[in-house]
Structures are given as structure tokens and as C-alpha cells.
Design a protein around this ligand. Structure first.
Ligand SMILES: C[S@@+](CC[C@H](N)C(=O)[O-])C[C@H]1O[C@@H](n2cnc3c(N)ncnc32)[C@H](O)[C@@H]1O
Length: 237
């Protein structure tokens, strides 16, 4: 999925913009998966510890680090149990919080994140947009998402299906729905302030690309409206 338009020019750039200047920051990249998010932060000068609860994903991340060393460390662990860690300047969790299947899990993850942040440290996350979490397939997206459980109900399962560039299904996974209030309550209860949502928007390079060659004939707002992820940021009090 790394090369899909929305990842390259919309979701990751929006999340990176929200991260700001990360030079020399100690960042815990929770749910680092195969290390894509960790590598982008390391490229920008941050010192990264990537954590994931999938050994398969970590193997891919570690192999990439071996091939192209960026000084990233990877560790197996659960985002719901971070008590053994030292503090970090920032926690990034690109596409992690919506893996919480129960409200207690979401609240616990936010509390654990607060526990590993320095005072005024920031959480910068991409998560399923509470307002537009489902989307039908479009070739520019490479995914579709649909309700498995009742729509817009907290804890409801959403199935994400992935497609290759020719539109063939190549797999999928589930995420769970949480509304704006629940995310905000979990963060405030954990000790965060300045909880802010922002939409994912197309960066300049993506816009230029669409202007010069736009095989799908979609305009900018239409593409941005198809994004099922939002950027969520908060600062630890
Ligand atoms: C969609 S991937 C995002 C990977 C990476 N952040 C990126 O941007 O490429 C989400 C990752 O979160 C991990 N994950 C889900 N629940 C977790 C948990 N409780 N603790 C740690 N990792 C978790 C999954 O294994 C998966 O690798």
C-alpha cells in the first residue's frame, strides 16, 4: 500500500506535518508495523524506538533496517503495557488506536501513552475518522471499508479490504469504531490537553501530480473527502 496515492500524498504527509520538526526528538512509534512510519520519522532526524505486537511485521522492519541502517530500534510489545519504558518526547501511533476492540482498551492505551511521555510531550496519531470511517472502493484508494457491526456505534467492527493496482482483492483486516467524544474522553482522562482533529489534505506534490496527469478525473476535495483517516493530536499536561 506504500505506493498508493493517498498514502504518499495525503495521509502520511498530513501526519508528518502534524508531527512538525522532529529533529533529535526521542519518539516511540507505537504500532510501527513494517517500519514505514518509523523510517519516515528517522529520515527527518528523530531517534526512533518502534514497537509492535506482530513479530512478522517486526521481522520486515528489522530486515529493512539491516539493509538501510537509520539507527532505528524495534521491539516486540503491546501498546497497552508500556510501564517498563523510559520517557519520550513524542509518541506517534500511525493507524493504531482503532485496533482497540473495547473501550477499556482504548482508555488503557491512552493512559499508557501518557505514562511514557514527558510533560508537554505530544501524541500524533492517524486514526479512523469518526465522521467518515467507511468508503467504497476507488482505484486511487486501493482500499474499501464497510461496517460489520452497526454503523456509528462505539466498538463496532469495520472491515478494510485491500486491492492491488488492477482492482483485485489482496487481503484485509478489521478496525473498530470509536466516536470523537470517546477518543477525547480517553485522552483527557489520561491527562492530555489540546486534543485536536485535523483532516488529511493533499500535499503540493500530490496536487501537482493530479494537475499534470489525473487518470481518475477526481478533484482535490473529492479525494480528500474519500479519506477514512484523520490526524489526532494531543499534548500531555
Ligand atoms: C496499519 S499498521 C500501521 C503500521 C505503521 N504505523 C505504518 O504507518 O506503516 C498497524 C499496526 O499496529 C499493530 N498493533 C495493533 N494493535 C497493537 C497493540 N495493541 N500493540 C502494538 N501494536 C499493535 C499491528 O500489528 C500493525 O502492525
Amino acid at each position: 500500500m506504500e505506493n498508493f496515492f493517498h498514502r504518499k500524498y495525503v495521509t502520511y504527509p498530513s501526519w508528518l506535518t502534524a508531527c512538525g520538526d522532529v529533529r533529535n526528538l526521542r519518539i516511540l512509534d507505537l504500532g510501527c508495523g513494517s517500519g514505514r512510519s518509523s523510517r519516515m520519522l528517522a529520515e527527518r532526524g528523530a531517534k526512533i524506538l518502534g514497537l509492535d505486537n506482530s513479530q512478522e511485521q517486526l521481522l520486515i522492519a528489522k530486515a529493512e533496517e539491516k539493509k538501510n541502517p537509520q539507527g532505528i530500534e524495534y521491539i516486540f510489545g503491546d501498546s497497552g503495557n508500556l510501564r517498563l519504558f523510559n520517557t519520550f518526547d513524542m509518541v506517534t501511533a500511525a493507524m493504531l488506536l482503532h485496533y482497540a476492540q473495547k473501550e477499556e482498551q482504548l482508555f488503557n492505551m491512552c493512559a499508557e501513552i501518557a505514562h511514557v511521555l514527558i510533560q508537554d510531550g505530544r501524541l500524533v496519531t492517524l486514526t479512523l475518522c469518526p465522521k467518515h470511517p467507511v468508503q467504497t472502493y476507488h482505484p486511487l484508494l486501493g482500499y474499501s471499508s464497510e461496517w460489520v457491526g452497526p454503523s456509528f456505534q462505539n466498538g463496532s467492527e469495520i472491515r478494510i479490504t485491500l486491492y492491488d493496482s488492477k482492482g483485485g482483492e489482496v487481503g484485509g483486516f478489521s478496525n473498530w469504531y470509536w466516536d470523537t467524544k470517546t477518543y477525547e474522553k480517553a485522552l483527557v482522562q489520561a491527562g492530555f490537553r489540546n486534543v485536536e482533529w485535523s483532516r488529511c489534505t493533499i500535499n503540493t506534490e500530490g496536487k501537482r501530480l493530479l494537475l499534470t496527469s489525473n487518470p481518475h478525473d477526481l478533484n482535490f476535495p473529492e479525494i480528500e473527502n474519500k479519506m477514512i483517516l484523520s490526524v489526532l493530536t494531543a499534548t500531555l499536561s
